[in-house]
Write a protein that binds this ligand. Structure first.
Ligand code: SF4
Ligand code: SF4
Length: 383
């Protein structure tokens, strides 16, 4: 099966020669990427199945404090506007991160970060709603029959109330997965904290080293479920695997076995599959923005130089095809000579090879194996 992936380039192609001869104007919206983005939405048909009164989640990454290369709010606003044209109700959503001690780990903290990074209901043209509740702990269990690793996935509870989801992802590197695109935006971004723990970590629960423990009680204080006793034992029946205790323990007496890149990639696809099965593949559409392609993901509190020049924006019904097309376009692009990855030969595929042994093709191949989409695609440029 070959899937269609629609594309608009980010070069403005403003006719400077004609402008210099007075035959054309600078002030022509046709050359604006924002205008081209709206055309991409229309011509790709990704909103065609939206019905009046549908609740439509725009799933994006709100970044973290300090990062500055997340998606520009004008694109969110234009997408929300197109959804409103269908007489549906758009909202912008994101789940809390792993942990329990930083603003990004809570729904309310997430909203504060969103505001800091320029996302408000005014700038996005739609309300912002945390996907897994104010404490980042609301999820539903979705069973998975043939998961690579997981038999059930904790999915952010907002999916219960959503009719359609539009994944709006900025493509970038990712230390564990090699690349963050459409698959990661949904597969990690809409999972609950428990499955985020399982995606990152092999240990069943955090492990406490009694030799290192000073009995300070910080872990007891942050634990949201009172799972840690006064003699510093974790009760597995109460632990929701938030990793708050590990973050809080200053002597580093609490540890876990972190997953390697390939296992994380397969576990992430388990999460993605559970979300797609719960919501229905026909109810999720994908937009990938290939601009400001930073070497590491939006969870990191700094944004390094982009590794390549901006390329453009893609839209598709197929999450595998859009991520494969994005990766191919990135690999074909010239590298930024001032990128931290300039010494690497094959760009995104090789960026983390020496440090994290990650490869974006792990997740793409795993998703294709599960028939969640096709690695074969036709790139259709929207003129
Ligand atoms: S936070 Fe660490 S050192 Fe303090 S009681 Fe918990 S395990 Fe022990
Ligand atoms: S014991 Fe479990 S629930 Fe409590 S803070 Fe640690 S990981 Fe979170």
């Amino acid at each position: 099966m070959t899937s269609d992936v629609y594309f608009v380039g980010s070069r403005s192609e403003l006719p400077l020669d004609k402008i210099s001869r007075g035959e054309a104007s600078y002030f022509n919206m046709d050359f604006s990427l924002v205008k081209k983005f709206e055309k991409l939405i229309d011509e790709s048909g990704i909103l065609d199945d939206i019905r009046p009164n549908d609740s439509v989640a725009i799933k994006m990454h709100w970044g973290d404090l300090g990062g500055h290369k997340t998606i520009r709010s004008v694109f969110v606003q234009k997408l929300a506007g197109k959804i409103r044209e269908k007489k549906a109700f758009p909202f912008v959503t994101e789940s809390a991160g792993l942990g329990n001690t930083r603003p990004r780990s809570y729904g309310v903290g997430r909203l504060e970060i969103a505001k800091h990074n320029g996302y408000t209901s005014e700038t996005c043209g739609a309300p912002l709603i945390p996907a897994d509740g104010l404490k980042g702990l609301n999820s539903i269990e979705v069973p998975l029959e043939d998961g690579f690793f997981l038999k059930k996935v904790h999915v952010a509870s907002i999916v219960k109330d959503v009719d359609k989801i539009i994944s709006l992802a900025r493509v970038k590197g990712h230390p564990r997965l090699g690349m963050g695109g459409a698959l990661k935006n949904i597969g990690v971004g809409l999972t609950g904290k428990t499955s985020k723990f399982e995606f990152h970590i092999d240990s069943e629960f955090p492990l406490i080293d009694k030799e290192k423990c000073t009995k300070c009680g910080d872990c007891i204080e942050v634990c949201p479920t009172n799972a840690i006793s006064s003699d510093i034992e974790i009760d597995g029946s109460k632990c929701v695997k938030c990793w708050g205790c590990g973050e809080a323990c200053k002597p580093k007496a609490i540890s876990v076995q972190w997953s390697n890149s390939i296992d994380s990639s397969y576990k992430m696809i388990d999460c993605f599959e559970a979300i797609v099965k719960y919501c229905g593949p026909e109810n999720i559409r994908y937009i990938n923005i290939i601009m400001d392609v930073t070497p590491i993901c939006d969870c990191i509190s700094s944004s390094d130089h982009a590794i390549i020049p901006d390329i453009g924006i893609l839209a598709s019904r197929d999450p595998v095809a859009i991520d494969k097309a994005s990766l191919d376009l990135i690999e074909q692009a010239p590298m930024n000579p001032d990128s931290c990855c300039i010494s690497q030969e094959n760009k995104l595929v090789k960026i983390f090879e020496n440090t994290f042994d990650s490869d974006p093709m792990y997740q793409i191949k795993a998703a294709a194996k599960k028939k969640l989409g096709s690695m074969d695609y036709t790139l259709k440029e929207v003129a």
